[in-house]
Write a protein that binds this ligand. Structure first.
Ligand code: PLP
Length: 395
């Protein structure tokens, strides 16, 4: 074969459901010299990463680490370690990722019960309570920020209910961590997983996870081996937490360098400031979209700031507009998933991609694509409405 040319990816603005834009400082950290996975330097990076992850998760949980793998590996780690064959797991499904959690729990041999809401809606505490009293689950799994639908699930009351019936609450915060409050200790979440490529703005490749003392006690009380060798925390934690630093698998060193730098940047910005940035840019985008007569797919009370799911206007071709945005403007947005395919667009404002520059450039580009597609809107209305929302000052 002829050797392919070296990698030379195009410059994109990543405004889809993830990955999001990655700051050059994070890419630079990933290009640092590789050291051994037991090198004292790397062990120090691991310790610092754990401390920073605890801050971002707002927890004191000892068992907090970055799983080697993407967000789905975080999901499998949580489920496989908490669940033994025959355990009852209640999964709340209102989008693709709740559905994935059900599949993972079934593969771990759980007796899986589900409650469902239509895509775009969220669960009430009463709905969860009814299912918990009916099935008495060991674990209740729920998605905080459903990337497939753009819906934000309130968790505090649900957590109280799950604990009232002695269950463990497992939360998917792949898309919310770093962009919205995820208060592991205050909300008494027992296990949570995330991913690096959304609001942490690192490339995909690691899955931050955290486990409460109650969850660790459940893992310690297991009668059977964890079904996955690779994700078995009873071994992996001896590498991350233990003075023995026992070899388990070779950590992806440079990926961990990237996460370390990403977490530094989150904490330097400050969690509150970061949440406010996500909210302000979301509000400006919303004003602009509405001015272009593009409507949200999710009720206002449950909208995610970092993932704006909107209805594709009647008569407009989904793929033609997304293709034009990418070709002419280098902007990536996402199409709908599952039953939302062809009906919605998913516009991300995550981490480093969540800027006033991106909001304004995107609205101008979208207006051009929509106009070309025959959608009528007032020229310049989107950008003007967003600027008015910013009040003249850029976020
Ligand atoms: N959960 C949610 C809410 C997600 O948005 C995603 C990815 O988009 C995942 C889980 C799976 O993560 P990954 O694709 O990194 O494996």
């Amino acid at each position: 074969m002829t050797t392919p040319p070296p990698i030379h990816p195009p410059q994109r603005i990543l405004m889809g459901p993830g990955p999001s834009d990655v700051a050059p400082s994070i890419l630079a950290a990933m290009a640092a010299p590789t050291v051994g996975h037991l090198d004292p330097y790397f062990l120090k990076i691991m310790d610092e990463t754990q401390s920073m992850l605890r801050e971002v998760f707002q927890t004191k949980n000892q068992l907090t680490l970055a799983v080697s793998g993407t967000g789905s590996a975080g999901m499998e780690t949580c489920v496989a370690n908490l669940v033994e064959p025959g355990d009852t797991v209640l999964v709340c499904i209102n989008g693709v990722f709740g559905g994935r959690m059900k599949d993972v729990a079934e593969r771990c041999g759980a007796n899986v019960q589900v409650i469902e809401r239509p895509f775009g809606e969220v669960f009430t505490p009463q709905e969860v309570e009814q299912a918990v009293t009916a099935h008495n689950p060991k674990v209740v799994g729920i998605v905080h920020a459903e990337t497939s639908t753009g819906a934000l699930q309130p968790l505090e009351e649900i957590s109280q209910i799950v604990h009232q019936y002695n269950g463990l609450l497992l939360v998917d915060c792949v898309t919310s961590l770093g962009g919205l409050p995820v208060e592991i200790d205050a909300w008494e979440i027992d296990a949570a997983y995330s991913g690096t490529q959304k609001c942490l703005s690192c490339p995909p490749g690691l899955a931050p996870v955290t486990f409460s003392d109650r969850a660790v006690a459940a893992i310690d009380a297991r009668k059977t081996k964890v079904q996955s060798w690779y994700l078995d925390l009873t071994m992996v934690r001896n590498y991350w937490n233990d003075s023995s630093r026992a070899y388990h698998h070779t950590a992806p060193i440079n990926m961990n360098f990237g996460l370390h730098q990403a977490l530094r940047e989150v904490l330097e910005e400050g969690l509150e400031a970061r949440f406010e940035r996500h909210r302000n840019n979301h509000l400006a985008l919303r004003a602009g979209l509405e001015a272009l007569e593009v409507n949200y797919a999710v009720a206002e009370a449950h909208r995610l700031p970092m993932l704006n799911a909107v209805l594709i206007p009647d008569g407009v071709d989904d793929k033609a507009v997304r293709g034009q945005l990418l070709r002419e403007f280098g902007i990536e947005i996402g199409g709908g998933l599952g039953p939302m395919a062809g009906k919605t667009w998913r516009i991300g404002l995550m981490g480093a991609a969540c800027t006033s520059r991106n909001v304004l450039v995107f609205l101008a580009a979208l207006e051009k694509c929509l106009t070309d597609a025959g959608h009528t809107c007032q020229p310049g209305a989107g950008v003007a409405a967003a600027n008015a929302e910013y009040g003249g000052a850029n976020a």
